[in-house]
Design a protein around this ligand. Sequence first.
Ligand code: DON
Length: 573
Amino acid sequence: MHRFTRAILLTALLCLLSLPASAQGGRSAVKARNGMVVSSNYLASIVGTSILQSGGNAIDAAVAVGFTLAVVYPSAGNIGGGGFLVYHGADGENTSFNYREKAPLAATKTMYLDENGAIKNRSNSQGILSVGVPGSVAGLWLAHQRLGKLPWKDLVQPAVDLAEDGFPFSWAVENFSLSRRTRADADPVFEATAQVYMKNGQVGYTAGELFRQPDLAATLKRIRDNGKDGFYMGQTARLIADFMRENGGIITEEDLARYDAEEVALIHGTYRGYDVYSMAPPSSGGITLVQMLNILEGFDLKEMGLNSATYMHVVTEAMRRGYANRAQHLGDPDFNPNMPVDHLISKEYASELRRTISLNRASESDSSRFAAAFAYPESDETTHYSVMDGEGNAVSVTTTLESGYGSGIVVAGAGFLLNNEMGDFNARPGYTSTRGSVGTKPNQIAPEKRMLSSMTPTILARDGKPILLVGTPGGRTIINQVLQVILNFVDHGLDISVAVESPRFHHQWLPDITRVQRDGFSLDSIRLYEMMGHEYYYRGAWGNVNAIYFDVEDGIMHGAADSRGFDSKAVGY
Ligand code: DON
């Protein structure tokens, strides 16, 4: 057994015994003084914490967590997808890294349409053509080059060990494994997936069985030894390009060689004395979040009471306006140089929007106002992790393959899953529907363009110190989930774990209906809310917020892992 795997298992044991590290999910926050990692998988949280314990900073730990999630949490952790990393140092420096996937060079605006202008066989979100050029390795590499402290190799090694030595197969992955052979029998593009996720490519794993990924380990070793080039050049790039060519895909070695992550300035807003730092386009998260907070700052939300009908009403109205603007204006800034970002996040514009809100009557989402809403289908995976080191440096990362397990396609010989992120583009230019389909120009497909995202990794700071790290999966619901955790924390003064657990609702302009967490709200509130003119429907709990609150008074970090997440854990020391 490798040195690092042994260390991980030892730390896991100590965590279970609560000595001296502590780890848990669920309702109470985990407290620690020296470092904290909250992620969707306990092994990843343990790896991150052990990097902090061995002298790494929050960026180092975030890099290690990112690679570990690609091994132990394959539904969303990835090297074949993309994401955003938001950083706020203890010294006040703040910045972010954009490693969203790009459309391949051969992509075109109408590449998914048949002769009638309809999408062919869901090809924008399923199958080999749904894959965008992956960004994760380039993003983690760039963040590490800029702000990391420990050697890169030490940060990739834990993931190599876990892929090579194996770890107990998770309940969460069992269903995916059990269904693979049928997919591979129906379509040979899934053959490598069956080889990785089934024993001998034939029999599904069940929870608790040792799961080894030798091809993934080999790919991770190339990344460990060659950095970003270990993925975008040489053997890994060749394996990807050959696989694409053999299976009707369009990503080439040139696409991979040209891919670059970038460091970008954060969206900055303020909310009741906090600085709000969140992701800029191609994420729609930061702008929409800040706009909604600006609108809501003009209401006494605490006095309304958490999840009272009036509270739900005004928050819904802020959501409706935020999401309408998101639909109209946002896309990849490299292709949309004139997005009115400053206007959208200004307090003045929020005041204008606030004046259009009645205190007792729902407004309507006017679908004729804009060309269209959003095209991509809902899906249930993506993952967020939050990291804080002993110096108070903070990292908030959201990363995704888009759907759970992305396209479900593993690159033969390379052992990792590819994303289906192309589905986040507006695939039918000009087509409008109140159900939320296609259209607006800023997010139409073009070669090397990044598709619009809702991922909203966010950090709230006060007096230059990071205080709250937050983010979640959930497609378009992400921005509203982050909004509600912030309101729960800032306005309602909830303990961070309760702020995370608290039930959520979601409105996204179109369709004009509110999704409400089943069994989470008083029926009296819901009836009054309905009487104000809001339509609603119930759904089971969604999202998986992994948050950290830092109490500057006593220097204690509070890690809160959402109990909605199957394997999520806060681990601190
Ligand atoms: O970038 C986005 O907004 C989506 N691809 C995220 C997908 C997602 O969160 C699905 N999961 N719950």
